[in-house]
Design a protein around this ligand. Sequence first.
Ligand code: GDP
Length: 424
Amino acid sequence: MVRTIVGANWGDEGKGKITDVLAESSDVVVRFQGGANAGHTIINDYGKFALHLLPSGVFHPHIANIIGPGVALDIEKLLAEYKSVIARNIPTPKLYISDRAQVLMPYHVDFDRFEEERLGKASFGSTKSGIAPFYGDKYLKIGIQVCQLYDEDILRARLGSAVTQKNVVLKNLYGKPEIDVEQLISHLQELAERIRPMVIDSTLYLHKALKAGKTVLLEGQLGSLRDIEHGIYPYTTSSSPLAGYGTVGAGVPAREMKDIFCVTKAYSSCVGAGPFTTELFGDEAQELRKRGGDAGEYGATTGRPRRVGWFDAVASRYGCMVQGATEAVLTNLDVLGYLDEIPVCIAYEVEGKEITDFPNTPTLMKCTPVYTMLPGWKSDVRGVTDWNLLPENCQKYIEFIEKQVEVPIHMISTGPKRSEILYR
Ligand code: GDP
C-alpha cells in the first residue's frame, strides 16, 4: 500500500511532522520531487531538525529512506545533511538513492542566482538552490542521471555538450567565468564514489516491497499551489508536488496509492512571491507570524519571514481537490488560541462578482478575500490529543474548515512535537 503526504497550499504546512508521525507505521519513505529548496521541521525525541533533502523517515531505524528518480539531487547537500543528522546521535538511517535520479550541478545553483540577479525586481523569489535550471535541463534532456556518473565516457560526452551551451550563456548573458569541464568531472566522480553504496534501482526495490505487503510513504515537498501545472504559475516550483506525480517521481504503481493526506495549516503561510489573497500586513501579520509554527513563521531553508494570512478555504479546497486528497490534516491549530474572532476566507471578489472556485493566475491577482467570522476559543490547546477536550468553538472551527475543504479531517496537529497530535 502507498500512502502519500502532500501540501494543500504554498508549502510549509507541517508535512515533515506528519510524515515523522506516520513513518512509525511505514516501511519505506520516499521523496519524489523537488530538492534542497524546501525545509521540513521535525521535533522528536532526538531534538529539532530542519530536513531539506533527507526523507522524514530517517529518525526511524527500521525505515528505508529513498531519494526517488524525480528528485533534484544535490549530492553535496545530501551528504552534509546526512552527516549533520548522524552527528546528533540518531541511529544510522537506511538511505538509498535512485540510480535514475538526476544530479543537481554546481552550475545549476550559479544559473539560479545569476538569473534572479538579472531579473531584479521581476524575480520569482527563488531559494537559489538551482531547482529551476535543474528541471529545465532535465526536460531539455541535458541532465545527468546518477547512473551516468559511473561511466566516464558517457559523463564526459554528455557534460561536454551541456557545458558548451552553458558557457555561451555564462560569458555573453551574465558576464561570468566559464565552466571547466575536467574539473567538474573529477568533482562529480569523487561525489559519485561517496554515494556509491547507497545507489540502487529504487523503482525495482519499491515494486518488490509492495509485492511483499510493505507500506510505502511518499513525502511531497511544497504544496498544490506551487505545482508547475496547477499552481499559481509562474510563481510555482519547477516540478509537481502533487500526489499524482508521486507515482512517477517515486516509481510506484498508481493503483497502489490508497491514502492521500493533504496537509493544511489552520491559517495560511507562504514563502516566496506570487498572489496570496488572504495576506496580512502590519501588526496583525506580525502577531500571527510571531506565534506561528514552532518558533515563529520563518523559512526553514532561507530564514526569510513567511508571509502569513487567514485560512483561505477557496485555495485550500482547490489544493485538496488537485491532490485528490482522501483526507485533510489540519496543523498549527494551537496557534490561533489568542484570537477573539477568526476570519476565514470563504470566497473571492473579482470584478464585482463573488467566486468560490480557485481561478487562474491573472484572475487570482485581481481577487480580494470575502471573510466570514468565526468565534475564537481564547485558550491554549497546545498538546491536546483528545477531541472532547477541545473547546466547543475550536471544534466548530475544525468542522467549518472540514466542510469548506470537502474532505474529512481525522488528524489534527496541536503542536510541533511528534506527540502533539489528535486523532478524531
Ligand atoms: P513542511 O515543509 O510542510 O514540512 O513544513 P515546515 O516544517 O516548513 O513548517 C511547518 C512549521 O510548523 C514548522 O515550524 C513546524 O515545527 C511547525 N508545526 C508543525 N505542526 C505544528 C503544530 O501543530 N503547531 C505548531 N505550533 N507548530 C507546528
